[in-house]
Design a protein around this ligand. Sequence first.
Ligand code: MN
Ligand code: MN
Length: 300
Amino acid sequence: MEDEKQDMKIAEEVGAVSYKALLMARDLVKPGAKLIDVARKAEGFLKENGFGAAFPLNLSVNAQAAHYTPALDDESIFGDADVVKVDFGAEKNGTLGDCALTVDLSQNNQKLVEASMEALQNAISVVRGGVEVRKIGAEIERSILAKGFLPIKNLGGHTVKTHDLHSDIFVPNYDNGDDTKLEEGMVVAIEPFATNGRGMVSESDICEIYGFESDAQVRMKESRSLQEEIKKRYSHEPFAVRWLSNVVPSRFALYAGVAELARQGALTMYPTLVEVGKGMVAQSELEIVVEKDGCRILTK
Ligand code: MN
Ligand code: MN
């Protein structure tokens, strides 16, 4: 019981700092601002406060739904009309935060953003010990359809465990018929995605986020140094390619080395996910803990 109380204290601490970092990043997303500056500042904020990152800051723009993080020396800037999904989380002793929001720089996509926000509020209102995940999905789907948009069906929420961001239970964004129940005490991220596209994402050929998978034999010297460093620094949580810039002498060596490691099965790839109809995408995400008669928000 004491241990559980201690764990919950850390989960609350991680949730609170995750949310602070998220709002900090949100306030830096402006037309003309460089994506990489936003990422450096938000990631630096966690470090300065004694936390790790559960994953690199995700800044996915327009039809990108998730998993874009700036490349090394990324020169891209936000446009006047970008719809930006900011997704981030802190880490401490393997306890992980996960929360996201959408910045609509032109204010022309407010209905879309509201659809994802309302879906999240409505989803949370049905969470209690014993709720079936399909019920949460149904609530998300209903809310988003009512606003005239589609939920993204192949993305969804997830339970969160130590060093395991996407743990065993998937929380759908529609009624998928799954009667798996959420139990009291579970930590869960709920994340509706709304779109004016087709309601599906697919993997693009952009990949800036990877995770350590297992040791592998690699040919290039650079790949071996990278493998060594990745095992040391990022054996648990996903990392951004740009975080390894000091390990090898050039940008070319870095990307070639990471590509070789991925090819050999040493790394898991998290490619940028894009809406298949090239629709605009909005996302809202919170991390909660399930209680007997409701839930408590951790990322606040
Ligand atoms: Mn997230
Ligand atoms: Mn998530």
